[in-house]
Design a protein around this ligand. Structure first.
Ligand code: SF4
Length: 415
């Protein structure tokens, strides 16, 4: 959410004389790019920029072997590199003493090129949450947020530099899509986080073998708009022999609703957790809040989400940021419950997301009373509903807020 509202106006009383106040979405402090029909511009294709160097994590196991041979070394060296990268979290040739000195640097440079340069790190006082700002090979900036919870460690990863979905509340989308990230650039965020955890730099360790257990694709970008690379990255994350060996269930892919890509994801048969950022149950409001809704409407997206549940048996999460007098009306909770229940029981749960108050903004937080009423209506309708923890907000790292500031740009220039 934008932090500084461009305009302020006197708050209107809520629910007076039977009238229901309806705040309409609009951008504050920036202009939304529009297409020739006057609708918010949607960018699906990645602008052409120099591709990041090919990295081990971009390749299949067979391709890695081939690449090692191309570099004049026997294929089994690729397996040794995998071990260094996915188990020891290192790309440092000097630490790979099991590799022959001759050709080691070339092998490492050829398969483990530098992808992310750390520009900045912000850590909360308790040390349990860290936000990273990374510079990619072409200067594009992305972020990830690492969070320690009791019994699990979650990393919120970026999948694109910028975003082409142009949501009016989102800082990331304001500058449009810079480019898709490669599979290895996505995976590298996890490997770097694991290296930091192993070095004991994330709060108080619970045990020696800690690493990232959960991934949420809720950083910069719309993951399903970068489908092939995100799916390759997920395969590397879950591959027990040639990757990080993570549990698919611990990986959450979140989307604003690219229905054909949801159906494609369904057919992959990988039981990741699927989250739909819905934010409104009616097309009238959702068209304005989430511009991609003009392509794929609420009903089509909910049908696709239900299809995901049917195929994978994985309960779908519906994300719903509660915004004062915009989408938090009791009638919308009723409509949401009806639309979900119309597609069966037990297939979905709703995560209302409370925002930080931003008085004077159209993107203000719901009142506690409105929030409680919204949750009550859904629970009474038999839909499990839990308020989501928005820990990252403490350091301005929650979803939709991940955008490089001018200060970041300056820091990146010096990195
Ligand atoms: S909310 Fe998500 S999909 Fe929308 S512009 Fe921001 S990053 Fe993109």
């Amino acid at each position: 959410m934008p932090e500084t509202p461009s305009t302020t106006r006197a708050p209107e009383p809520r629910g007076t004389a039977g009238a229901v106040r309806q705040v309409r979405p609009r951008t504050e402090g920036w202009q939304q790019a529009k297409d020739e029909t006057g609708r918010p511009l949607l960018q699906f294709a990645s602008p052409k920029r120099g591709k990041p160097p090919v990295h081990l994590a971009d390749l299949t196991a067979e391709q890695r072997v081939e690449k090692a041979k191309e570099l004049g070394l026997p294929g089994f060296r690729a397996k040794q590199l995998e071990k260094h990268y996915f188990e020891h979290y290192t790309s440092d040739a000097a630490r790979m003493t099991d590799l022959p000195k001759d050709g080691r640097d070339e092998l490492v440079a050829g398969l483990l090129p530098t992808l992310l340069t750390e520009v900045r790190r912000l850590q909360t006082d308790d040390g349990n949450t860290i936000k990273f700002l990374w510079k990619l090979h072409d200067g594009a900036l992305v972020e990830s947020v690492l969070m320690r919870y009791p019994g699990r460690i979650t990393l919120c990863v970026s999948s694109q530099a910028g975003c082409g979905m142009n949501c009016p509340f989102c800082a990331t989308g304001q500058a449009g899509l810079t480019r898709n990230m490669s599979a290895a650039e996505i995976v590298e965020q996890i490997v770097r986080a694991n290296a930091l955890i192993r070095a004991g730099e994330l709060g108080e360790a619970e045990h020696a073998d800690e690493r990232v257990t959960n991934i949420v694709f809720m950083g910069m970008g719309e993951p399903l708009a970068n489908y092939a690379r995100v799916m390759h990255a997920v395969r590397v994350m879950t591959d027990k022999q040639h990757g990080l060996g993570m549990s698919a269930r611990g990986i959450t892919i979140s989307t604003v609703g690219l229905a054909p890509a949801i159906r494609k994801l369904t057919d992959e048969g990988i039981p990741v957790t699927f989250a739909l950022s819905l934010h409104a149950p009616d097309d009238e409001l959702r068209d304005e809040m989430i511009p991609v809704n003009s392509r794929w409407k609420v009903d089509e997206v909910l049908d696709a989400a239900r299809g995901y549940y049917e195929k994978t048996g994985r309960r779908v999460s519906i994300e719903y940021a509660l915004i004062r007098d915009m989408n938090d009306h009791p009638w919308r909770a009723v409509m949401l419950a009806e639309k979900l229940n119309a597609r069966g029981r037990g297939w979905v749960h709703v995560n209302p997301i409370p925002l930080n108050p931003t008085p004077g903004s159209v993107w203000d937080a719901s009142t506690k009373a409105a929030q409680n009423e919204f949750v009550r209506i859904l629970n009474d309708a038999g839909i499990p509903t839990t308020i989501r923890d928005t820990r990252g907000k403490e350091i301005d790292g929650a979803c939709g807020q991940l955008v490089a500031t001018e200060e970041d740009e300056r820091a990146a220039a010096n990195a």
